[in-house]
Design a protein around this ligand. Sequence first.
Ligand code: TPP
Ligand code: MG
Length: 280
Amino acid sequence: MNTDLRTLEAVAAKGRLLGLDMVYHCASGHLGGSFSAMDILTVLYFDVMHVDPNNPADPNRDRFVLSKGHCTPALYPILAQRGYFPEEALDLFRSIQGHLSGHAEMQHVKGVDMSTGSLGQGISAAVGMALAGKMDQKDYRVYAVLGDGEVEEGQVWEAFMSAAKYKLDNLCAVIDVNGLQIDGKTADVMPTEPLDQKLQAFGWNVIPVDGHDMEALSAAFAQAKDCKGVPTMLLAKTVKGKGVSFMENQAGWHGKAPNAEQYEQARQELVAALAEKEGK
Ligand SMILES: Cc1ncc(C[n+]2csc(CCOP(=O)(O)OP(=O)(O)O)c2C)c(N)n1
Ligand SMILES: [Mg+2]
């Protein structure tokens, strides 16, 4: 691990608080999947990826694609904390006055490598970036985060096949396995398991990991980097809505803004978590 665990935990805790404020203030957005992915994005941006916020278009940078593009209340707070833009910009999330649209957008937001939101397309773009890296003989790595509901979309399996065919060992994807999608359990809407066996059959190196254990995530990303000749998939077991008691494991919190009372309760819980991580 390059960054100490406490620092990472504080970044993720603050990320959840910033995400909550963003969604509450514009009364719209996706907290459930953002909170399940917050620890994964924290480890990527603060421990794993070689990126420079002062040179966001560096051709040699590692790339990141948020294939589950609705989870900007995770991505934008992480980009802001990493230094791509000021935290105050988050106040204009989903506002016509600002640039931070509800789904990830690469034209105006520094640090976003691909516009996403239409599920299934992000991983395909990530495969293209990794293939381009191979063709250009570049050393950069490409990371992508998908949802477990997203993998119900057929296009992702075409992307998975292509990644194996082209031996894209510079690609490491993560499926945020929170068990829920927009309106229920993935197991009920369209069962996807066993994901490990399916991905292995598609030619991928598969690493199961606890998506909230940042040391384990860091080790899994390092293992992925060492794996040659095939792409790697982290199957990250997570809790949708992680960090807010009444949002955890509730499909109803997929894409709903809290009311004033719910906001206060969520805020109290997240402020307490942040204070604990910051040692206050
Ligand atoms: C192609 C496409 N179909 C449908 C949607 C609507 N949609 C947005 S989020 C979502 C559920 C995604 O579930 P999952 O990938 O598990 O995300 P998470 O649980 O991490 O929020 C759906 C169906 C979409 N954005 N794109
Ligand atoms: Mg899900």
